[in-house]
Design a protein. Structure first.
Length: 214
């Protein structure tokens, strides 16, 4: 317990850093994932192509490489931001590709007849998607979205290598102080467990109230 009690502020700072990264990157991933999923099923070929390229490139790019591309590449184009914002961009964009595919799979579970019926009533593509298709699709994709965001929380550990304050990065300071590396990582693991279990509990609540009965 000495490792934790003697360094509670350090652990707390890292824990809050990971929580912030997870929350902001999750919001970005959900927004971009929704947009790209809409593109993937849009009747416009150019939008479908854009969505396909986005998903294909990001899903097949290692996250660490994406961090390097964002942190080192964007400043070359004059975009200089705090490292935490760069980390949010990298995590959010990377995860959005997976959110997109989850949403698209949910959209495919909605009977095509419902979309055709909505269009026959004069509804536009956007109205059909937002008012008819997505509300039904969302109910079936609550569990996989939760799993994807849990993976995002764990992936945030990579940000520590890019000068971002997060939970895993606390081991460097504690190791330099001479604390046991084993207990250092035990308490780090407990912190990640708290975060992932909290996300799991939120999505379990959502699934219980709005999910599709199986």
């Amino acid at each position: 317990m000495d490792v934790l009690t003697n360094n509670l502020s350090l652990y707390g700072e890292g824990f809050l850093g990971t929580v912030e990264l997870t929350v902001y990157a999750s919001l970005l991933a959900l927004v971009l994932g929704f947009v790209m999923a809409s593109f993937r099923v849009a009747p416009v070929r150019a939008l479908r192509a854009l969505g396909t390229v986005w998903v294909t490139v990001l899903r097949n790019t290692p996250l660490t490489l994406l961090f390097f591309a964002v942190v080192l590449g964007l400043p070359r184009f004059g975009l200089v931001l705090p490292f935490q914002l760069f980390a949010v961009l990298a995590l959010g964009c990377y995860t959005s590709a997976f959110i997109c595919e989850v949403l698209r799979s949910g959209i495919n579970t909605v009977p095509k007849g419902q979309g055709e019926a909505a269009r026959s009533l004069g509804m536009t593509f956007g109205q059909t998607l937002n008012g008819v298709v997505l509300p039904q699709a969302f109910r079936s994709v609550i569990p996989p979205i939760g799993s994807t965001l849990i993976a995002l929380a764990k992936n945030s550990a990579i940000a520590g290598a890019f000068s971002v304050t997060e939970l895993l990065g606390t081991y460097k300071s504690l190791s330099e102080m001479g604390y046991s590396i084993i207990w250092t990582f035990v308490w780090i693991a407990v912190g990640y467990l708290i975060i992932t279990l909290s996300i799991s509990a939120v999505f379990h609540f959502m699934e219980k109230h709005w999910g599709v009965a199986r």
